[in-house]
Design a protein around this ligand. Structure first.
Ligand code: NAD
Length: 312
């Protein structure tokens, strides 16, 4: 298989690229390194790397030449960033996605596997959340991911390529670093490993559906290999973990036993999130395999090495 991974220098894209290379695929990565890392690419010497922007039609067309499958992950990522920079979110996630889709159509690509987000459901009304849950995004990011899905599926309908959009929940795993827009697991992990206190917003009884990146990679590979299916699917573990339990588990694996402190609840945070994952199983045979505790232990081992590398 010849594949293009947009955003392949990022957290999820670098893990997908590594798995594709292990399977013998020919991989091109297109990434502008705005939130991705050169160090992720150093571990992927067999990949052909193009530094460029998904909003640039010529670069995208060059990167896509001869590809059968596109894994489209490049994006301005996350609710908070989109609230700070709604124009950038729209430019990259809407205009950039359209540029990728137009190039895919022109190149005769068979399938696009696009990264979507559970963020497009908005305020949660029923748990577990299946794909029939109302879609009422409350942030520019949620809206731009809805566009990503709808336009990918419209291209599938009108131009005959196949599109599978994967609605990720809280993904975690190796290559996920702590940054200003980081998710809760890297924030807790990097703080605990550096001996800094962990802050929980609220009482910590809120729950999240965390999914290990190896399961996200498998979902992408299965979606790519599947023939005939187009649609949008939850990608999650189908299990929940309390944030307080997560903080204690991170502390245990960090061997640091830092203070766990509580801050005020954050406006807009949902109390509970849990996915119904049966549609992905029915649609293209996807099923998560990594349990939370071993997945977290593996991530903490990676994060320990990463903290050493960063602090050296
Ligand atoms: N991590 C999660 O929990 C999560 C949850 C839901 C959805 N997603 C989606 O999964 C995808 C990957 O997310 P991630 O967590 O790996 O984030 P990431 O920031 O690590 O990866 C995004 C990559 O896209 C690149 N990029 C950004 N703008 C670009 C542009 N204009 N041109 C080319 N490259 C560009 C970045 O440099 C980066 O390498 C994103 O589409 C994101 O919205 C992630």
């Amino acid at each position: 298989m010849k594949a293009l991974v947009t955003g392949g220098a990022g957290f999820i894209g670098s893990n997908i690229s590594a798995a594709l290379l292990r399977e013998g695929a020919e991989v091109t990565i297109l990434d502008d390194l705005s939130s991705g890392y050169a160090v992720n690419l150093e571990a992927l010497p067999e990949a052909h790397f193009i530094k460029g922007d998904i909003r640039d039609p010529e670069t995208v067309a060059r990167a896509m030449s001869g590809c059968e499958v596109i894994f489209h992950l490049a994006a301005s990522v996350g609710n908070k960033r989109s609230i700070d920079y709604p124009d950038e979110d729209t430019a990259i996630n809407v205009n950039g996605t359209l540029t990728v889709l137009e190039a895919a159509r022109a190149a005769g690509v068979r399938k696009i596997v696009a990264a979507s987000s559970a963020g497009l459901y908005g305020e949660l009304k029923t748990i577990p959340i299946d794909e029939g849950h109302p879609i009422e995004p409350l942030t520019p990011y949620g809206v731009s991911k809805l566009y990503t899905e709808k336009m990918s599926l419209a291209f599938a309908h009108v131009y005959g390529l196949e599109a599978i959009c994967l609605r990720y929940y809280n993904v975690f795993g190796p290559n996920q670093r702590f940054d200003a827009y980081g998710n809760v697991i890297p924030i807790f992990a990097f703080r605990a490993l550096r001996g800094e206190p962990i802050t929980i917003f609220g009482d910590g009884m809120q729950t999240r559906d965390f999914v290990h990146v190896d399961d996200v990679v498998q979902a992408n590979l299965k979606a790519a290999k599947n023939r005939g299916t187009s649609g949008a699917f939850n990608i999650a573990s189908g299990t929940k973990m309390r944030i307080l339990d997560l903080a204690h588990a991170v502390n245990k694996y960090a061997n640091s036993l830092v203070t766990i402190q509580h801050g005020p609840e954050r406006a807009g945070d949902v109390a509970h999130s849990l996915a119904d994952i049966s549609a992905a199983l029915d649609g293209f045979g996807d099923e998560p395999m990594v349990a939370m505790e071993p997945g977290l232990a593996q991530y903490m081992a990676w994060a320990k090495d990463e903290v050493k590398r960063q602090d050296a």
